[in-house]
Design a protein around this ligand. Sequence first.
Ligand code: SF4
Length: 263
Amino acid sequence: MTQALANLQFVQPEHRIFWSARTGGYHPLKSKLPRRFFVQYARAHQRPFPWRASDISSFQLLIAELLLVQTKAEDVVRIWRQLITRYPSAECLARARTRSLTTLLRPLGLQNQRTRALKTLSKAIVECFDGGLPRSITDLLSLPHIGLYVACAMACFGFGERVPVVDANVLRVLGRITGIDPGRELRRSPKVWKAAWGILPRNNCALHNYGVLDFAAEVCKAKSPLCQSCALNKVCAYARTREVVRDEDRATRRSSRAISSME
Ligand code: SF4
């Protein structure tokens, strides 16, 4: 690995926070959650996306993770299938005709940017890694258009590394459970990254990460989290605050009724 690559993790603030939050020790959130909660959640409710099958290649997984950035998973399925069928390797994608690729990607939007990104990345994989994907997060981050989320997703889901896979939705879940002020930029919050590392199980790390991602999409949604039926509502700071607000509302309504009946 070159010195430039070795230093890469210190260039971006999120990368520095990500690595420094990595602790092997005890984290208080772990003992608050039901045991292996997100692994159990994934076992019961995991969404069956085709890129989660065990027989897909790391390149096919990489394509899926790139298409998923800022795009709903349900929208990605059809285009991903077409893309990996037509371009099964980095070599094929690097040689793809720009117009054909843009046409294929158009239903997802941002087709010009996506085309440029996929071609640039594929060329870099061919030139720097002989067409195969590197396994380490640092090497993955050295490739163009691969950010921390995609690098961790590849390391965990593709190569079995024990790392948290954290996107904006996962940050939202961890921020709500721990009660970290959502007004701050969660991406730069060492506390939330420590929580992400701290709740990782020793085994079944991929299942755990799928569980957190799916829980964020299906239960702890951005706009209307299902707190009433959520198994974490007793330990979740956000749910407790909402409960307090509801109790206060009820108390205010009760006292208003009592005052008006006395008048
Ligand atoms: S209780 Fe509500 S805010 Fe807390 S984790 Fe569950 S759905 Fe999310």
